[in-house]
Design a protein around this ligand. Sequence first.
Ligand code: AMP
Length: 182
Amino acid sequence: MKAAKIMDEIKKYIREVPNFPKPGILFYDITTLMQDSIGFRLAVSSMEKYVSSRGATKIAAIESRGFFFGGAIADRLGLSMVPVRKPGKLPSETISEEYDLEYGTDKLEMHKDAINDGDRVVIVDDLIATGGTLEATCNMVQRLGGEVAGISTVIDLSFLPWREKLAAYDVNYLISYDSEEA
Ligand code: AMP
C-alpha cells in the first residue's frame, strides 16, 4: 500500500478524545487502532518496514503505549526489545534522564546493561508531541554506548515544535495531525 493510502487508512482507527486527561488536551487514542486487527497489523507492518530499513539491532520502546508496538515489531524482526520505563519500575541497576513537561519535569529509566557498545537502536513510541520523551530516551541510549538508528511512532503532532529537539535523528511516523482541532 502507498504511504498516503496507509495514512488515510490508519487515521480512520484513531479516536480523538477532547479534554483528556485534562481540559484543553485533545487525546489521540490508539486503543481503537489496536482493537481492529487489520488496523493494528497495518500499523505494525509499516513500522516494521522502517525499523528493518534502518538496520536496527535492538528496539527501545517507551512506557507504556510504545510497548504495544515495540514488542510486536521486535518479535517480527527477531530483534531484542528494551523497555524504557517510568521511575521505580525496573528492578536492576538503571540510568535515568529527566525531561521537561508543560508544568514541571518527568523522568525515564533504562537498565544499565540493556544496551551494548555498537548497538543500533530504533526507539518506538505511539506519538511525538513536544519530543521531550524521545529526546530523553535518545540521550540514555547514547550514554549506554548505543547509536540511535531511528525513531518510529504511529502519530506526529506536526504543530508542536519537536523537530528542533530531534534534528539529529531520523524520525519516521505513520500519520500526522497539523492542528489541534478535532
Ligand atoms: P512529548 O514528550 O511531549 O513528545 O509527549 C509524548 C508522549 O506523551 C507520548 O508517549 C504520548 O503517548 C504522550 N502524549 C502527548 N500528547 C498526547 C496526545 N495529545 N494524545 C495522546 N498521547 C499524548
